[in-house]
Design a protein around this ligand. Structure first.
Ligand SMILES: NC(=O)c1ccc[n+]([C@@H]2O[C@H](COP(=O)([O-])OP(=O)(O)OC[C@H]3O[C@@H](n4cnc5c(N)ncnc54)[C@H](O)[C@@H]3O)[C@@H](O)[C@H]2O)c1
Length: 261
């Protein structure tokens, strides 16, 4: 079990917090060597220390996923460090600014930022990972973090549109990549308290970490449990691993039944 990933080389974007951090930790625990990429390199370094504290191997790389040159550099860093790339987890996502903002109240800058980080970041990651996978000639696995917001109306119209686009990109690239054994899948989390996401959307960080908030969120889900970053990491690990070798182009809701109602 510890060598589920052998010594595969993996990149996780947004690894400085929440789902990205949990995923980096689990991948490393299962044997992968991990590049922890984040725009906040200090947070990424903190994740590396946590990985190393558990006996794993990781390195931090400062990356703004909305910048193609930096994403190319991130892929290059994995190859330089570990000799190859096997897995890319495109996990970065930013929320609707001022959570609850209506479509007509988004500024043009806010619209462009959401699109360039949430969709552009996935596009650049996929583009340069696929080029690297094809160069290696031994396949590869990409997992994109989308959202239930890409399936139903949740979390804001522009944010949701970026996540819907990530799901379509996932399906289309899965078909392009299949002849090269490049698998592309996605997860769709629902509202997750206790990551940095709500605070990034302007919610008071203490309020977003409070048990009452988690209880309120849990009550919106059929299973009645608040979603955690670790729940998402488990689904990402499965999709990234060879256990899912015949699964591509799918999106897995990690949502306590939220979209099944
Ligand atoms: N938390 C939720 O309620 C929720 C719900 C559905 C989907 N998601 C999705 O899950 C993913 C992870 O979210 P999270 O809850 O762990 O959020 P988080 O805010 O805890 O973590 C996001 C990380 O991404 C980094 N980041 C932000 N912009 C970046 C950029 N341009 N380049 C590189 N790194 C950048 C941040 O520094 C942070 O470390 C996102 O794609 C998000 O859209 C979250």
């Amino acid at each position: 079990m510890t060598d589920l990933f052998g010594d595969k080389s993996a990149i996780v974007t947004g690894a400085g917090s929440g789902v990205g951090r949990a995923t980096a930790l689990r991948l490393a625990e299962k044997g992968a060597r991990v590049v922890c990429a984040d725009i906040d390199v200090d947070q990424a370094k903190q994740t590396v220390r946590l990985v190393e504290g558990h006996g794993g191997t990781a390195v931090a790389v400062g990356t703004d996923v909305s910048r193609e040159d930096q994403v190319e550099g991130m892929i290059g860093a994995a190859v330089e460090q570990y000799g190859r790339l096997d897995i890319l987890v495109n996990n970065v996502g930013i929320p609707t600014p001022r959570l609850g903002t209506l479509l007509e109240d988004h500024t043009a800058e806010e619209f462009h930022r959401l699109v360039s980080v949430n969709l552009g970041g996935v596009f650049f990651g996929c583009k340069h990972a696929v080029r690297q996978f094809k160069k290696q000639g031994t396949g590869g696995s990409i997992v994109n973090t989308a959202s239930v917001a890409g399936i139903v109306a949740w979390g804001g119209s522009v944010y949701g549109a970026t996540k819907g686009a990530v799901l379509q990109l996932t399906r289309a690239l899965a078909i392009e990549g299949a002849p090269h054994d490049i698998r592309v899948n996605a997860i769709c989390p629902s509202g997750m308290p206790a990551t940095g996401f709500m605070a990034a959307g302007g919610m008071d960080p203490e309020a977003s970490a409070a048990p009452e908030f988690a209880e309120r969120v849990a009550a919106q889900h059929p299973l009645g449990r608040a979603l955690t970053a670790e729940d998402c990491a488990e689904a990402i690990l499965f999709l990234a691993s060879d256990r899912a070798r015949n699964i591509t182009g799918v999106s897995v809701p990690v949502d306590g039944g939220y979209v099944a109602r």
